[in-house]
Design a protein around this ligand. Structure first.
Ligand SMILES: NC(=O)c1ccc[n+]([C@@H]2O[C@H](COP(=O)([O-])OP(=O)(O)OC[C@H]3O[C@@H](n4cnc5c(N)ncnc54)[C@H](OP(=O)(O)O)[C@@H]3O)[C@@H](O)[C@H]2O)c1
Ligand SMILES: *[C@@H]1O[C@H](CO)[C@@H](O)[C@H](O)[C@H]1NC(C)=O
Length: 202
């Protein structure tokens, strides 16, 4: 039996404007958050793998020595890609073309099951697909800046999400979905506080 993988958007955003980027990079460096992202997106059952789908600019924002993201099937979207597998990466030209290809192959890739699909940004991708009914959940790290107001990070990239259409689930549901250990409740790191949250459509 073919089980359709769970599809989520995973993002770290700063309240209240849901800022996510500055100058093509992340506005902050949060070590525990990076580990959470790596653990959650990497964790899949024995003999299976997760896919991470990202826009071309987010791919380019990852230093060359850190990409493709290890132990995950990396998919890069650009309108000029020609839907090919090269250098260990899937280069596709639309969300439909990659999701259809996964489905056609019964959610298998090189004999491994695709366990979960994570859409990992950036803003163009998040904002276009938050309303896509194929997306099952949002994994949102809700960041607050707690430092001096004059040092508030300046951001140029924001989520345009209407969270009124979503409801927050509790942390036991998040645990169930991700299957890895993480800190529940507020985490303090430098001049930031943040919390890992899970949302489903109302
Ligand atoms: N805080 C977070 O969790 C987080 C996560 C990821 C990224 N970010 C930040 O977000 C920023 C980058 O976001 P961005 O909006 O500028 O770029 P992006 O979404 O990463 O990439 C945009 C590019 O992806 C391609 N693309 C977008 N939609 C497509 C579609 N429907 N079909 C095919 N290709 C498509 C296009 O490539 P072509 O122009 O080649 O056609 C487009 O120029 C950076 O600052 C990054 O650090 C933050
Ligand atoms: C994020 O956290 C702040 C501070 O606790 C809270 O006011 C806000 O409602 C939260 N936003 C989301 C989307 O959970």
């Amino acid at each position: 039996m073919v089980v359709k993988p769970h599809i989520s958007l995973i993002v770290a955003a700063m309240a209240p404007e849901l800022g996510i980027g500055a100058n093509g990079k992340l506005p902050w460096r949060l070590k525990q958050e990076i580990k959470y992202f790596r653990d959650v997106t990497s964790h899949s059952g024995e003999g299976s793998i997760n896919a991470v789908i990202m826009g071309r600019k987010t791919w380019e924002s990852i230093p060359a020595k850190f990409r493709p993201l290890p132990n995950r099937l990396n998919v890069i979207l650009s309108h000029s890609h020609t839907n090919e597998y090269r250098d260990g990466v899937l280069f596709y030209n639309s969300m439909d073309s990659i999701l259809d290809a996964f489905q056609r192959d019964n959610y298998k890739f090189q004999k491994q099951d695709i366990n979960k699909i994570f859409i990992i940004g950036g803003a163009q991708i998040y904002n276009a697909f938050v309303t896509d009914p194929r997306v099952d959940s949002l994994l949102l790290t809700n960041i607050t800046f707690t430092g001096e107001a004059s040092e508030t990070p300046v951001m140029d990239t924001f989520l345009r999400w209407n969270l009124d259409e979503w409801k927050r689930l509790d942390s036991s549901r998040l645990k169930n979905l991700v299957g890895v250990e993480f800190t529940e409740g507020l985490i303090e790191e430098g001049a930031y506080e943040y919390e890992y949250t899970l949302w489903e459509r109302k």
